[in-house]
Design a protein around this ligand. Sequence first.
Ligand code: FCB
Length: 441
Amino acid sequence: MQHKRSDFPEGFQFGVATSSYQIEGHQFGGAGRTHWDDFAATPGNVVRAENGALGCDHYNRLEEDLDLIEGLGVDAYRFSTSWARVLPEGRGAVNEVGLDFYDRLVDGLLERGIKPAATLYHWEMPSALADLGGWRNRDVAQWFGDFTDVVMGRIGDRVWSVAPINEPWCVGWLSHFVGAHAPGLRDIRATARAMHHIMLAHGTAIETMRALGMNNLGAVCNFEWATPASDRPEDLAAASRYDAIYNRFFLSGIFKGEYPAQVMEGLEPHMPAGWQDDFKVISTPVDWSGLNYYTRTLVHDDADAPWPHYGQSVGELPKTSMGWEIYPDALRAFLVRMAQEYTGSLPIYVTENGMSAPDEIAEGAVADPHRISYLNSHLAAAKDAIDAGVPLAGYYVWSLMDNYEWALGYEKRFGLIHVDFDTFERTPKQSYHALAKALRR
Ligand code: FCB
């Protein structure tokens, strides 16, 4: 790697990230059904109809995986807690075995000197709550608050940081408007409700954790740079609408206590009654802000389509195996914008960044120079943001190991560690070794 730990400010935190459904193996340990199980079982939604039943078998290989995290020399590990593992029906009876698992995970990290950075929800809504409307039902905020209370009642005394919901845009827009993720809806009314209830659930969880006496609580949003497809005024306006929906809605809710007018143009008629009164909860103060970043998109006006009247295309830059253009400068730009326009002096973390590639094992080793250069260029962008005065306090690579990449099944490999999905054998890639060397003290 071109960068090493000492190139970053003292105390800058390096980490690696995963999520529960993507790695644990959901069929183990008494977890309840989730809407991803249902979505994946429906033809056409997921590559080869794969689901997270086995994941990376992390549930059964916890100690081995903790050792691999330790071997990287990272300061923190970002993981998530599965709602349906802890509360199989989403509410009511607690699966103690599930709570025990997160207890072991947290203790195992602490024993190895690694900070546990928890996310409460990384996308697997219990099916029993999906039956009641999931994110469309206002009661979800309280259900989520209760889940927060159960999980953090157990591990909240030892986690280093917590974010309630990973990537509200994916939970709201991608899953209820685009239909690409569970529950696979394409419905503007469902979208408006989900986007708002996610924010309400976020605030409710923060309040719940404050009541437990916890601190170092944040929010993790994802961002995609919207480049206008041409300099026609219509395309500039379309890119700005895209930016408002994707990149500004959730930050505005949390840090300004309002939603952008450009988004309300389309969503307001579909919002749940009384939404304007919820900002006190939504914008309850947090201690840090997290930014997940991967790519950009080209946006053009589509006057014939209903709101938001835009279309997208892929540009000419080099791409990852997701088809995502590699565009590091937007990481710098998003970091600067977040600090200047939303979060001020609050610490910011890059909570996810990384790339997928069709990495293969040859003679027991995995060469992934493209990933090393992706990380190099994005770490350089992070450094540029620090030089520009952004209070960036850490950077997490997505992901520790190859895992279940949602609608793309097990085909897309984002890991620093290769996983053989037949045997579950783990093989650290070249990028793992390079990062470990860069982080060595
Ligand atoms: C993010 C998700 C994560 C993973 C990466 C590639 O949007 O948070 O689970 O799918 O993308």
